[in-house]
Design a protein around this ligand. Structure first.
Ligand code: ATP
Ligand code: MG
Length: 231
């Protein structure tokens, strides 16, 4: 598993009177396979997730993935860390479903047949085989979410960071995604408001008011979070 080292991180957006601290004094070292991130709206979860692949760099402190500094080695880090957005429209870049999945495999030294084989198995794993040559933008919200996940997973990242990937999914697809996550060999960081997804996770981080306020096994962390909401 990659080792994630977050050291005294602060993230400030904006300047002067309009500035806002989205994260403050966050220090944590993560090397477990399954890490959940929970907390109220605006508590800093997405900001934390985006630090992992250098979508956001800290304004104070540092984030290192296996020793690589997200400020200095963003390119290497993005090869190892896959990121899945909440809104799949942010992520779909090619006209058809199969082309979108194949897009992430360019410039990796794979043959056309190898790319085809990987795309086919990704389509199968995410129930998208029937939509292979359909325009990606015409998929339903949930199908787009599945496409976004497969487009990231097909690149076989060492760490997969997902920011609320099941928000748009129906019960069956939400279970399917949960099952896929459970079986992934990769390290996973999952930001979610669907607390039941985290039952079998190794560790859950709770954010509140821009701080990491609790860090424990799922049962304790979920109880702590529920306590914050209804003390
Ligand atoms: N690009 C940005 N510019 C300015 N402020 C931002 C930006 N991104 C986030 N923020 C602010 O940082 C704080 C934390 O936002 P963040 O998106 O990390 O919260 P979150 O925990 O993911 O919330 P949610 O559960 O609603 O997704 C919020 O107050 C938000 O307004
Ligand atoms: Mg968020």
């Amino acid at each position: 598993m990659p080792v994630i080292d977050v050291e005294d991180v602060e993230v400030e957006f904006g300047h002067g009177a309009n500035s806002r601290l989205a994260l403050r004094e966050v220090t944590v070292r993560l090397d477990e396979p399954r890490i959940g991130v929970i907390g109220a709206n605006g508590s800093g979860k997405s900001t934390f997730a985006r630090l992992m692949n250098a979508l956001i760099t800290p304004t104070g402190g540092s984030v290192r993935i296996d020793g690589l500094d997200t400020r200095k080695q963003a390119k290497e880090i993005r090869r190892r860390v896959g990121f899945c957005f909440t809104d799949p429209d942010n992520q779909i870049v090619m006209p058809t479903v199969a082309e979108d999945i194949a897009f992430g495999l360019r410039r990796r030294g794979l043959t056309r047949d190898q790319i085809q084989a990987r795309v086919d198995s990704a389509l199968l794993a995410f129930n998208l085989s029937d939509h292979r040559d359909h325009p990606a933008h015409l998929l339903s919200g949930g199908q787009k979410q599945l496409l976004a996940l497969s487009s990231v997973l097909v690149t076989e990242p060492d760490l997969l960071v997902m920011d609320e990937p099941t928000t748009l999914l129906d019960l069956a697809n939400s279970r399917a995604v949960s099952q896929v996550i459970a079986e992934l060999p990769q390290q996973v960081i999952l930001v979610t408001h669907h607390l039941d997804l985290l039952e079998d996770f190794d560790r859950v981080l709770v954010f509140a008011d821009a701080r990491l306020v609790y860090d424990a096994a799922p049962e304790q962390a979920l109880a702590y979070y529920r306590g914050l909401v209804a003390p």
